[in-house]
Design a protein around this ligand. Structure first.
Ligand SMILES: [Zn+2]
Length: 140
């Protein structure tokens, strides 16, 4: 796991050197303060409370930048992009009825995998697709 923590630290330093704008900081905080994934328009609505002049285009641009440096990740649920915090420590449950996405804790020992295979792992994605509790209750 050492390898991953090091690479995340380096990423954050690079972002700060690139002049971290107040708006991208806000967007990052919004994503990190929500356990559930948010769509770009949900992020836009929350960001407008503190940055009334922010545009949806700015939100999309910042989401792309934050994703490029690996601070957030994107997954698709029912054809809509949903954004989450950090790329390495979570897996996601996806409901095939209501398309909700619920992050769950899941740890892969990526350091060991890198050492044993020599594969340069940059990110991973684990989606467990099924039916959520709420939808199951509606069915019975
Ligand atoms: Zn559901």
């Amino acid at each position: 796991m050492m390898v991953l923590y090091l690479s995340v630290t380096i990423t954050i330093i690079m972002v700060e050197r690139k002049r971290w704008s107040k708006q991208s900081r806000t967007i990052l905080d919004i994503i990190y303060n929500n356990e559930e994934g948010l769509t770009a328009s949900e992020i836009y609505d929350i960001a407008r409370e503190t940055h009334p002049n922010i545009s949806l285009g700015t939100v999309y641009r910042n989401l792309r930048d934050l994703q490029d440096v690996g601070l957030i990740r994107e997954t698709t649920s029912g054809g809509v992009s949903v954004y989450f915090k950090h790329p390495f420590h979570s897996a996601y449950l996806e409901c095939d009825v209501c398309h909700s996405v619920i992050p769950v804790d899941f740890m892969l020992n990526i350091g060991d995998i890198i050492r044993s295979t020599g594969h340069d792992v940059k990110r991973w994605d684990l989606k467990l697709i099924g039916t959520c509790k709420e939808c199951l209750q509606k069915c019975t």
